[in-house]
Design a protein around this ligand. Structure first.
Ligand SMILES: Cc1ncc(COP(=O)(O)O)c(C=O)c1O
Length: 443
């Protein structure tokens, strides 16, 4: 239990926990521990308040410590802790699915539940493969991702993903995968505000991939509408529309991975709404429960779902699922979270703050080592010139100093990524950007 009068609150044994995506030895030599959180702030083990500039990991969109979610989870747990997910059901899973589906346009109207973004991605890829097979197009087995894409850490997501360090330790990965080029280009787009103008033509690389493999062998294209984990890559104007057109032309399914762009991050429900492009499937996680309970989901178009609802009525239509698909506690958390988003109109709030956010983050232009700043909605990426021969070191030092100075930022490579909770106030934006500016000046 956190004791605010203690100066330490550091567990005696730090060794047993093998921390994910962490420099374990560096961390354990000088731990950074959060022991409480409320609203926009974390409390650290040494009793300091740290402003959350990253909504945890792009997930606490409604801010920390939301009592409505706490209550909903507690009530659900005491009423029905768990029921088998296979061949059985419980009402709240149907309610949560209907509620999520209603947030999407067109016939994106069926929801498959998972427990994380990685599982949502692997579920979507499997549904794409199975769909084509059911439709009699079993040769459509290739999956197309994108360089610098991040789709979690399952074998499917890793394979379509395009971050070398996430892939290189794990062997051959899935066969039959190809990648579009990424859209990041400092020469043309450095310091672009909002969507960059240059780069829509990069979607036409899909034509080259189709010419190489033939459309009859390609199942799906998966992209993040806005890539976050590889350092905030904003899609050029017209790029996603072009991808949609080419996928339509060749009968290829288009999957949007909205694990970070969903639930208001861009000032609309989803990137799907922001860009006016309707994919065939959407992967969700993170903000769906405000990160309070793990949950992922795939939203699927009517036609895909309908293709499975054939044959013997007693037969299982999709041999895929998780023990905790549609877990009652996660569904309760999701419903309470969606209520908060609605009641507080948080997506519109993010949209109304976006211009202030844009101006604030771009005020860092000209500071030492800053080679690009990019933004959309309540997202910003600040790219730093790497120290020669020491990639990532400059940004990591910035991250450490930021934590000491009372702001939580995230770095990936030499890029600082910011994605605060949507409840952020202008005064918090000022605190975040001013503190970061001071650090950059001294770096
Ligand atoms: C776009 C995207 N897809 C998938 C994932 C994986 O989600 P999880 O860590 O919940 O498995 C992430 C995580 O950051 C993500 O940003």
């Amino acid at each position: 239990m956190f004791d605010p009068t203690s100066t330490s609150n550091i567990p005696a044994d730090l060794e047993a926990f093998w921390m994910p995506f962490t420099a374990n030895r560096q961390f354990k030599a000088k731990p950074r521990l959060m022991v409480a959180a409320q609203g926009m702030y974390y409390t650290t083990n040494d009793g300091r308040q740290v402003l959350d500039g990253t909504a945890g990991l792009w997930c606490v969109n409604a801010g920390h410590g939301r009592q409505e979610i706490v209550q909903a989870v507690a009530t659900q747990m005491s009423q029905l802790d768990y029921a088998p997910a296979f061949q059985m059901g419980h009402p709240i899973a149907f309610e949560a699915a209907a509620r999520v589906a209603k947030m999407f346009p067109g016939d994106l109207n069926h929801v498959f539940f998972a427990n994380s973004g990685s599982e949502a991605v692997d579920s979507a890829l499997k549904i794409a493969l199975a769909y084509h097979r059911i439709k009699g197009n079993g040769t459509r087995q290739k999956l197309i991702g994108r360089e610098r894409g991040y789709h979690g850490v399952g074998f499917g997501g890793m394979s379509v993903g395009g971050i070398p360090t996430v892939r290189k330790f794990f062997g051959g990965l899935l066969g039959g995968v190809d990648h579009l080029p990424h859209t990041h280009n400092l020469e043309h787009n450095a310091f672009a505000q909002g969507q960059p103008q240059w780069g829509a033509h990069l979607a036409e690389e899909l034509e080259r991939i189709v010419a190489l493999h033939d459309a009859s062998n390609i199942a799906a294209v998966i992209v993040e509408p806005v890539a976050g984990s590889t350092g905030v890559l904003i899609p050029p104007v017209g790029y996603l529309q072009k991808l949609r057109q080419i996928c339509d032309k060749y009968g290829i399914l288009l999957i949007f991975d909205e694990v970070i762009s969903g639930f208001g991050r861009l000032g609309t429900g989803f990137a799907t709404d922001y860009f006016g492009v309707i994919p065939d499937m959407v992967c969700l996680a993170k903000g769906i429960t405000n990160a309070s309970v793990p949950m992922g989901a795939v939203v699927v178009r009517e036609e895909i779902h309908k293709a499975f609802m054939n044959g013997d009525e007693n037969a299982i239509e999709l041999f895929h699922g998780y023990t905790y698909s549609g877990h009652p506690v996660a569904c309760a958390a999701a419903l309470a979270t969606l209520d908060i988003y609605d009641r507080e109109d948080l997506f519109a709030r993010a949209a109304s703050l976006a211009p202030y956010w844009q101006e604030a983050v771009h005020s860092l232009k000209g500071l030492p080592h800053v080679i690009d700043i990019r933004n959309l909605g309540l997202i910003a990426g600040i790219e730093l010139e790497p120290i020669p021969g020491k990639p990532t070191a400059r940004a990591f030092e910035c991250f450490l100093r930021a934590y000491e100075a009372g702001i939580l930022i995230r770095t990936t490579g030499d890029i600082i990524a910011l994605s605060p909770p949507l409840i952020i106030e202008k005064s918090h934006i000022d605190q975040l950007v001013n503190t970061l500016g001071d650090i950059l000046r001294q770096l």
